[in-house]
Design a protein around this ligand. Structure first.
Ligand SMILES: C[S@@+](CC[C@H](N)C(=O)[O-])C[C@H]1O[C@@H](n2cnc3c(N)ncnc32)[C@H](O)[C@@H]1O
Length: 226
Protein backbone atom coordinates (compact mmCIF):
# COMPACT_ATOMS: atom_id res chain seq x y z
CA UNK A 1 0.00 0.00 0.00
CA UNK A 2 1.37 3.44 -0.89
CA UNK A 3 1.71 5.94 1.95
CA UNK A 4 -0.18 9.22 1.51
CA UNK A 5 1.89 12.38 1.71
CA UNK A 6 0.38 15.66 2.85
CA UNK A 7 1.75 19.16 2.60
CA UNK A 8 3.07 20.47 5.90
CA UNK A 9 1.57 23.74 7.13
CA UNK A 10 4.71 25.54 5.97
CA UNK A 11 4.55 23.93 2.52
CA UNK A 12 0.87 24.89 2.19
CA UNK A 13 1.66 28.46 3.29
CA UNK A 14 4.52 28.74 0.76
CA UNK A 15 2.46 27.21 -2.05
CA UNK A 16 -0.55 29.49 -1.54
CA UNK A 17 1.65 32.55 -0.98
CA UNK A 18 3.03 31.90 -4.46
CA UNK A 19 -0.41 31.12 -5.88
CA UNK A 20 -1.96 34.41 -4.65
CA UNK A 21 -4.57 35.87 -7.02
CA UNK A 22 -4.14 33.01 -9.49
CA UNK A 23 -6.23 30.88 -7.08
CA UNK A 24 -9.29 32.51 -8.67
CA UNK A 25 -8.42 30.85 -12.00
CA UNK A 26 -9.64 27.56 -10.43
CA UNK A 27 -13.19 28.89 -10.74
CA UNK A 28 -13.48 27.07 -14.07
CA UNK A 29 -13.99 23.84 -12.14
CA UNK A 30 -14.94 25.18 -8.67
CA UNK A 31 -17.70 27.54 -9.80
CA UNK A 32 -20.43 24.98 -10.37
CA UNK A 33 -20.01 23.36 -6.94
CA UNK A 34 -19.85 26.77 -5.25
CA UNK A 35 -23.13 27.75 -6.95
CA UNK A 36 -24.75 24.60 -5.47
CA UNK A 37 -23.41 25.43 -2.01
CA UNK A 38 -24.77 28.98 -2.26
CA UNK A 39 -28.12 27.70 -3.51
CA UNK A 40 -28.62 25.16 -0.71
CA UNK A 41 -26.78 26.72 2.26
CA UNK A 42 -29.72 28.90 3.44
CA UNK A 43 -27.33 31.80 3.87
CA UNK A 44 -30.22 34.25 3.99
CA UNK A 45 -30.94 32.86 7.48
CA UNK A 46 -27.34 33.10 8.73
CA UNK A 47 -26.14 35.74 11.17
CA UNK A 48 -22.49 34.69 11.50
CA UNK A 49 -20.30 32.85 8.99
CA UNK A 50 -16.85 31.38 9.67
CA UNK A 51 -14.68 30.28 6.76
CA UNK A 52 -11.55 28.14 6.99
CA UNK A 53 -9.11 28.74 4.09
CA UNK A 54 -10.79 31.81 2.61
CA UNK A 55 -8.17 32.20 -0.14
CA UNK A 56 -8.61 35.50 -2.01
CA UNK A 57 -11.97 36.20 -0.31
CA UNK A 58 -14.00 35.56 -3.48
CA UNK A 59 -16.65 33.44 -1.77
CA UNK A 60 -16.83 35.84 1.19
CA UNK A 61 -17.49 38.75 -1.16
CA UNK A 62 -20.25 36.84 -2.93
CA UNK A 63 -21.85 35.85 0.38
CA UNK A 64 -21.72 39.36 1.80
CA UNK A 65 -22.89 41.04 -1.41
CA UNK A 66 -25.65 38.69 -2.48
CA UNK A 67 -26.61 36.02 0.07
CA UNK A 68 -26.26 37.10 3.70
CA UNK A 69 -28.67 39.43 5.50
CA UNK A 70 -27.27 42.99 5.81
CA UNK A 71 -26.46 42.60 9.53
CA UNK A 72 -24.67 39.25 9.17
CA UNK A 73 -20.97 39.05 9.97
CA UNK A 74 -18.15 37.06 8.38
CA UNK A 75 -14.86 35.79 9.84
CA UNK A 76 -12.33 34.16 7.53
CA UNK A 77 -8.98 32.57 8.35
CA UNK A 78 -6.16 31.42 6.12
CA UNK A 79 -2.67 30.14 6.78
CA UNK A 80 -1.20 32.19 3.91
CA UNK A 81 -0.48 35.85 4.71
CA UNK A 82 -0.70 36.68 0.99
CA UNK A 83 -4.24 35.25 0.86
CA UNK A 84 -5.17 37.09 4.07
CA UNK A 85 -4.04 40.40 2.55
CA UNK A 86 -5.93 39.74 -0.71
CA UNK A 87 -9.10 38.91 1.26
CA UNK A 88 -8.78 41.97 3.48
CA UNK A 89 -8.42 44.23 0.44
CA UNK A 90 -11.39 42.62 -1.28
CA UNK A 91 -13.61 42.83 1.80
CA UNK A 92 -12.75 46.43 2.74
CA UNK A 93 -16.14 47.71 1.47
CA UNK A 94 -17.88 45.60 4.13
CA UNK A 95 -16.09 47.33 7.03
CA UNK A 96 -16.55 45.75 10.45
CA UNK A 97 -18.85 43.05 9.10
CA UNK A 98 -15.91 41.15 7.62
CA UNK A 99 -12.74 40.22 9.48
CA UNK A 100 -9.89 38.04 8.19
CA UNK A 101 -7.09 36.52 10.25
CA UNK A 102 -3.86 34.70 9.51
CA UNK A 103 -4.27 31.34 11.22
CA UNK A 104 -1.66 29.23 12.96
CA UNK A 105 -0.87 25.62 12.14
CA UNK A 106 -2.98 24.44 15.09
CA UNK A 107 -6.73 24.64 14.54
CA UNK A 108 -8.04 26.81 17.37
CA UNK A 109 -10.92 28.68 15.86
CA UNK A 110 -12.08 30.11 19.20
CA UNK A 111 -9.17 32.58 18.85
CA UNK A 112 -10.99 34.24 15.98
CA UNK A 113 -14.70 33.79 16.69
CA UNK A 114 -16.94 32.78 19.56
CA UNK A 115 -19.70 31.14 17.49
CA UNK A 116 -21.12 30.87 13.99
CA UNK A 117 -24.15 29.42 12.26
CA UNK A 118 -22.43 28.50 8.99
CA UNK A 119 -18.99 26.89 9.03
CA UNK A 120 -17.72 27.04 5.46
CA UNK A 121 -14.65 25.43 3.95
CA UNK A 122 -14.21 25.08 0.23
CA UNK A 123 -11.37 23.02 -1.32
CA UNK A 124 -9.35 23.02 1.92
CA UNK A 125 -10.08 19.75 3.76
CA UNK A 126 -8.84 17.87 0.69
CA UNK A 127 -5.30 19.05 1.34
CA UNK A 128 -5.27 18.18 5.05
CA UNK A 129 -4.25 14.89 6.66
CA UNK A 130 -7.05 12.71 8.12
CA UNK A 131 -5.99 13.74 11.67
CA UNK A 132 -6.18 17.42 10.72
CA UNK A 133 -9.62 16.92 9.12
CA UNK A 134 -10.90 15.41 12.37
CA UNK A 135 -9.45 18.34 14.34
CA UNK A 136 -11.18 20.82 12.00
CA UNK A 137 -14.51 19.00 12.35
CA UNK A 138 -14.20 18.95 16.16
CA UNK A 139 -13.52 22.68 16.15
CA UNK A 140 -16.36 23.34 13.72
CA UNK A 141 -18.73 21.39 15.97
CA UNK A 142 -17.64 23.49 18.97
CA UNK A 143 -18.01 26.78 17.09
CA UNK A 144 -21.40 26.14 15.48
CA UNK A 145 -24.61 27.24 17.18
CA UNK A 146 -27.26 24.61 17.79
CA UNK A 147 -29.01 25.22 14.49
CA UNK A 148 -25.67 25.60 12.73
CA UNK A 149 -24.62 24.04 9.44
CA UNK A 150 -21.38 22.70 8.08
CA UNK A 151 -20.97 23.79 4.42
CA UNK A 152 -18.13 21.93 2.70
CA UNK A 153 -16.79 21.33 -0.78
CA UNK A 154 -13.90 19.05 -1.64
CA UNK A 155 -12.39 17.49 -4.69
CA UNK A 156 -13.87 13.98 -4.82
CA UNK A 157 -13.77 10.62 -6.58
CA UNK A 158 -14.65 10.46 -10.27
CA UNK A 159 -18.14 9.19 -11.11
CA UNK A 160 -18.13 9.44 -14.93
CA UNK A 161 -15.53 8.03 -17.36
CA UNK A 162 -14.05 11.51 -17.91
CA UNK A 163 -13.94 12.50 -14.22
CA UNK A 164 -12.57 9.06 -13.31
CA UNK A 165 -9.75 9.51 -15.87
CA UNK A 166 -8.99 13.03 -14.63
CA UNK A 167 -8.88 11.90 -11.01
CA UNK A 168 -6.57 8.98 -11.89
CA UNK A 169 -4.24 11.43 -13.60
CA UNK A 170 -4.52 13.85 -10.66
CA UNK A 171 -3.57 11.02 -8.26
CA UNK A 172 -0.58 10.10 -10.42
CA UNK A 173 0.67 13.69 -10.44
CA UNK A 174 0.12 14.03 -6.68
CA UNK A 175 2.06 10.82 -6.08
CA UNK A 176 5.07 12.33 -7.88
CA UNK A 177 4.76 15.65 -6.05
CA UNK A 178 1.77 16.74 -3.88
CA UNK A 179 2.82 20.37 -4.45
CA UNK A 180 2.00 20.14 -8.17
CA UNK A 181 -1.72 19.93 -7.34
CA UNK A 182 -1.64 22.24 -4.32
CA UNK A 183 -1.66 19.19 -2.05
CA UNK A 184 -5.30 18.43 -2.93
CA UNK A 185 -6.60 14.86 -3.28
CA UNK A 186 -10.02 13.37 -3.95
CA UNK A 187 -11.87 12.95 -0.67
CA UNK A 188 -15.24 11.51 0.46
CA UNK A 189 -16.11 13.92 3.23
CA UNK A 190 -19.20 12.02 4.52
CA UNK A 191 -16.82 9.26 5.64
CA UNK A 192 -15.37 11.73 8.17
CA UNK A 193 -18.70 12.90 9.60
CA UNK A 194 -19.75 10.99 12.71
CA UNK A 195 -23.44 10.07 12.69
CA UNK A 196 -23.71 11.03 16.39
CA UNK A 197 -22.69 14.62 15.66
CA UNK A 198 -23.81 15.44 12.14
CA UNK A 199 -26.98 15.06 10.14
CA UNK A 200 -26.12 15.15 6.44
CA UNK A 201 -28.80 17.24 4.72
CA UNK A 202 -27.34 17.56 1.25
CA UNK A 203 -24.65 15.55 -0.53
CA UNK A 204 -24.09 16.04 -4.23
CA UNK A 205 -21.24 15.50 -6.66
CA UNK A 206 -20.93 17.78 -9.67
CA UNK A 207 -18.27 17.85 -12.38
CA UNK A 208 -17.00 20.86 -14.26
CA UNK A 209 -14.37 20.50 -16.99
CA UNK A 210 -14.28 16.85 -15.90
CA UNK A 211 -13.14 17.68 -12.33
CA UNK A 212 -15.53 16.20 -9.72
CA UNK A 213 -16.41 18.10 -6.54
CA UNK A 214 -18.56 16.99 -3.62
CA UNK A 215 -20.79 19.46 -1.81
CA UNK A 216 -21.88 18.43 1.69
CA UNK A 217 -24.20 20.32 3.99
CA UNK A 218 -24.65 18.89 7.46
CA UNK A 219 -26.46 20.21 10.50
CA UNK A 220 -25.11 19.86 13.99
CA UNK A 221 -26.85 17.24 16.14
CA UNK A 222 -26.96 17.79 19.86
CA UNK A 223 -25.20 15.18 21.94
CA UNK A 224 -25.80 14.46 25.61
CA UNK A 225 -23.20 16.86 27.09
CA UNK A 226 -24.34 19.79 24.86
C1 LIG B 1 -7.26 25.31 -2.73
S1 LIG B 1 -7.20 26.82 -1.86
C2 LIG B 1 -8.92 27.22 -1.73
C3 LIG B 1 -9.14 28.69 -1.44
C4 LIG B 1 -10.60 29.13 -1.44
N1 LIG B 1 -11.36 28.43 -0.42
C5 LIG B 1 -11.20 28.88 -2.80
O1 LIG B 1 -12.01 27.99 -2.96
O2 LIG B 1 -10.80 29.60 -3.73
C6 LIG B 1 -6.80 26.31 -0.22
C7 LIG B 1 -6.71 27.48 0.76
O3 LIG B 1 -6.56 26.95 2.08
C8 LIG B 1 -5.52 27.62 2.75
N2 LIG B 1 -4.96 26.66 3.72
C9 LIG B 1 -4.22 25.55 3.48
N3 LIG B 1 -3.93 24.92 4.62
C10 LIG B 1 -4.51 25.64 5.61
C11 LIG B 1 -4.57 25.51 7.03
N4 LIG B 1 -3.96 24.50 7.66
N5 LIG B 1 -5.24 26.45 7.75
C12 LIG B 1 -5.85 27.49 7.11
N6 LIG B 1 -5.83 27.67 5.78
C13 LIG B 1 -5.18 26.75 5.04
C14 LIG B 1 -4.55 28.01 1.64
O4 LIG B 1 -3.68 29.05 2.02
C15 LIG B 1 -5.51 28.39 0.52
O5 LIG B 1 -5.90 29.73 0.59
Amino acid sequence: MTREHYLTAQQARDFYNRMGKRQDWQRFYEGRAIDELLRHGMFDRAAAVFELGCGTGALAEELLRHYLPPQASYVGVDISPVMVELSRQRLTPFGERARVFESEEAFEFSRYATHCDRFVSVYVLDLLSPEAIHQVLDQAYALLNHQGKLCLITLTEGSTPLSWAIISLWRGVRCISPGLVGGCRPLRIPLYLSRERWQIEFDQTVSAAGVPSEIVLASKKLIAQD
